[in-house]
Design a protein around this ligand. Structure first.
Ligand SMILES: [Zn+2]
Ligand SMILES: [Zn+2]
Length: 247
């Protein structure tokens, strides 16, 4: 299966990724991608920092960047941190300007609250109109009730992510494969869309998706719910979400 879009990548700006935006775009072009999402990390809050991530203004100046470079359509966005209580760490002013927003739990910025507390936080995230995608929701060290959150995502149109980076040694997220299989089955049942994202922090893995593709096959997931199969499909979906929730 050819996927036209990588929906999750990082540049030097994230503070722990190693390539420029242009290098990432060239990598995407060389792999035949039609669109690339650049989703750098946000900086967290005092006491729960993502060290090295850029200030809010970085995410407010994307209008200087061409929409298309070298034939690749750019989706400029952010991977925001989910904070305890289910809030996120980017200003509304910046959120309004993003083409795509992924919200993820990172241990630096979130203290595990157990199944019930995490579920409450995730439900709040899914209800946040600015959050398009739940990033790598596949880690058993911060468990939440998949059924409840997928059911809520069916109402809000929030996308569940399959993250290729979850499989990377030695960072491997706890039970990522099993958890992906669990929420994919639920997304299939509730008609919730998914994206596959390389979460590349280096050019070599842009567009990589072999583990994610394997789990999609394993649950015989309907391809119409996989947003990466067409750049146009993804962009139209994101636009429709914005039109529905953000006036
Ligand atoms: Zn992440
Ligand atoms: Zn990431």
């Amino acid at each position: 299966m050819h996927y036209e879009v990588d929906t999750h990548t990082h540049t030097l700006a994230s503070g722990h990724a190693y390539n420029t935006l242009m290098e990432m775009v060239h990598a995407a072009a060389s792999k035949g991608l039609k669109a690339l999402a650049i989703t750098d990390h946000t900086k967290g809050v005092p006491g729960h920092e993502m060290f090295g991530a850029p200030e809010d203004i970085y995410f407010r100046n994307f209008s200087v960047i061409p929409k298309v470079i070298g034939g690749v359509r750019l989706l400029m966005g952010a991977e925001v941190n989910i904070l305890n209580g289910g809030t996120i760490d980017l200003s509304e002013r910046a959120l309004r300007l993003q083409d795509i927003v992924i919200a993820s739990i990172h241990k630096q910025c979130y203290d595990n609250e157990g199944l019930e507390g995490n579920t409450k936080a995730m439900l709040k995230i899914v209800e946040n109109p600015y959050v398009d995608i739940l990033g790598h929701p596949d880690d058993s060290s911060t468990p939440f009730d998949y059924e409840q959150v997928v059911a809520k995502a069916a109402e809000t149109g929030t996308i569940f992510e399959l993250n290729e980076n979850s499989y990377r040694e030695p960072w491997l997220r706890k039970n990522c494969r099993e958890n992906q299989l669990t929420y994919l089955a639920l997304c299939k049942k509730w008609g919730v869309p998914v994206t596959i994202g390389s979460d590349a922090h280096f050019v070599d893995v842009v567009g990589q998706h072999e583990h994610n593709e394997a789990v999609l096959k394993e649950v015989d997931f309907p391809m119409e719910l996989v947003m990466n199969t067409s750049a146009e499909k993804l962009i139209n979906y994101l636009k429709a979400r914005k039109a529905r929730f953000l006036q």
